[in-house]
Design a protein around this ligand. Structure first.
Ligand code: KIV
Ligand code: ZN
Length: 518
């Protein structure tokens, strides 16, 4: 790596990111995020806009005091009181920076109603003042990508002459495109006198979804500072995402041979903390940090991943601080992934049982968005024993504000039989209907329902304990429908009683027999 390939990472999560409507962070949260940014190797932390509020001032001052390696930067408009206030806050840092800006495009010049010459004078005056009180001064012509070329060159030259050490080129409204972004930076570096003595920075917004591409194109053209935020937080569609540019340069180092000082293993942790404290959840399919970025559900992909991770992953999840790839089981998953999951869960099953579990798994996955580990374990339990005398064929239950009624179809010793019964609620009606078809004296000693997974589509595990003439048998079943799980658990307890009855001879003990079935 040569110095000319080193790209500085300027993180503005705490300034531009916090400007996202609703993303306000508390003082302590800002300190925590700043510490994480510093630890992960961010070169410059834009900690806030000190004149904007007492809270911002306090946060920037405290972050500056606590900073370790990073330069701590504060934002200031092109006004002397802003710049002084900014310096008051960042001065506590070992390496302070003042970032001052003014909108230079025609639309932005119209707001303070300044002529081109008046604005040029203002830039000269404010950058000179900033540089007199701080050695490290960044200047930004806001809305640079919509500023007239000649005027942009003119004001950048003024800022450099006045002492700016970094010139940031903001695409404030996310208007540019990669080739244009590159051309702009290249031409500015070639044209503006003194350009070689400063660092050119790129600051892109994501209104057209091109922020990351625009930032990288700017780097290829000579920019050596990328301004970005964690998770791409920021006004409107956000800013360039730190994790995206850093990982892009790492993974495609062959065509983008640039280096940063970022410890990429810390990316996932800081991404989650920023999501939590800002209240801006990361979309599941977000590059690098989304929940699905390293998850593969389809059978073909899971099979490929199990054979060779590189088939569907261009970077290792460990590189961004994840424990590993996730192969969530869902309706697109195949047998290979199911077998691998069972192995992960410490369960080895034979081919026949795997077949059985797979059929049940597909049926479950059709009814449930995500199949969790506990769901799989419940299916394993459900397939561990052989055929039963009583089997559930169909169950239909009517309940609600009308009296509960269950219509049940059972196969008993190979014969289909049907019955209907009313009851005190759907489960009672179901158990009564079973007793119509299979009369017995068994007493229900225990009926217990547990949700084994989260959500309203969770599988319920129902446990039933029956007692008959001192013999006890339990049944257990898991299903997304609690009444079906109850029927299956009850039927299995009955099956066990039948087995016990057949086996009981003189001297046979009467220990509990447990049996689990889907
Ligand atoms: O987007 C922008 O132009 C900014 C400036 C303050 C640099 O955030
Ligand atoms: Zn911005």
């Amino acid at each position: 790596m040569t110095d000319s390939n080193r790209v500085l990472i300027f993180d503005t999560t705490l300034r531009d990111g916090e400007q996202s409507p609703g993303a306000t962070m508390t003082h302590d949260e800002k300190l925590e995020i700043a510490e994480l940014l510093d630890d992960m190797g961010v070169d410059i932390i834009e900690a806030g806009f000190p004149i904007a509020s007492e809270g911002d001032f306090a946060a920037v001052s405290e972050i500056a005091k606590r900073s370790k390696n990073a330069v701590i930067c504060g934002l200031a408009r092109a006004q002397l009181p802003d710049i002084d206030r900014c310096m008051e806050a960042v001065k506590h840092a070992a390496q302070p920076r003042i970032h001052t800006f003014i909108g230079t495009s025609p639309l932005h010049r119209a707001i303070p109603n300044l002529t081109m010459d008046e604005m040029a004078d203002r830039i000269h005056q404010t950058v000179t003042h900033a540089r007199n009180i701080c050695d490290n001064v960044q200047w930004s012509p806001m809305d640079a990508t919509r500023t007239e070329w000649d005027y942009l060159c003119r004001v950048i030259e003024i800022a450099i002459k006045a002492g700016a050490t970094t010139i940031n080129i903001p695409d404030t409204v996310g208007y540019t495109a990669p080739r244009e972004s590159a051309d702009l930076i290249r031409r500015l570096i070639e044209t503006v006198p003194g350009a070689d003595d400063v660092v050119f920075a790129t600051h892109c917004h994501n209104d057209l979804g091109m922020a990351t591409a625009n930032s990288l194109a700017a780097v290829e053209a000579g920019a050596r500072q990328i301004e970005c935020t964690i998770n791409g937080l920021g006004e409107r569609a956000g800013n360039t995402a730190l994790e995206e540019v850093v990982m892009a340069m790492k993974v495609r180092h062959d065509i983008m041979p640039f280096d940063t000082g970022i410890d990429t293993k810390k990316i996932m942790h800081i991404s989650r903390r920023v999501a939590t404290v800002s209240g801006f959840q990361v979309q599941p399919n977000k590059a690098i940090v989304g929940k699905n970025a390293f998850a593969h559900e389809s059978g073909i992909h899971q099979d490929g991943m199990l054979k060779n991770k590189e088939t569907f992953e261009i970077m290792r999840p460990e590189d961004v601080g994840l424990a590993g790839t996730s192969l969530p089981l869902g309706k697109h998953s195949g047998r290979a992934a199911l077998r691998a999951k069972l192995k992960d869960l410490g369960t080895e099953v034979g081919d026949n049982q795997l077949k059985d579990i797979f059929v049940r798994f597909k049926d479950l996955a059709d009814r449930k968005k995500e199949v969790f580990d506990d769901d799989i374990l419940a299916l394993v339990s459900a397939t561990t024993e052989g055929a039963d005398a009583i089997q559930l064929v169909n169950l239909r239950v009517t309940c609600g504000t009308v009296p509960a009624e269950a219509e049940i179809e059972l196969e008993i010793d190979g014969k289909d039989q049907q019955a209907t019964s009313e009851g005190d609620g759907p489960v009672d009606a179901t158990f009564k209907a079973i007793r119509v078809l299979h009369p017995n004296k068994a007493r229900l000693q225990l009926y217990q329902v547990n949700a084994v997974t989260e959500g309203t589509d969770a599988q319920a595990t129902v446990s039933v304990r029956l007692e008959e003439d001192g013999m006890i048998a339990t049944g257990q079943s898991a299903h997304t429908d609690t009444v079906v799980a109850s029927a299956l658990a009850y039927i299995q307890a009955l099956n066990r009683l039948l087995v016990r009855r057949a086996k009981v001879g003189p001297g046979a003990d009467k220990r509990e027999i447990s049996y689990k079935q889907h």
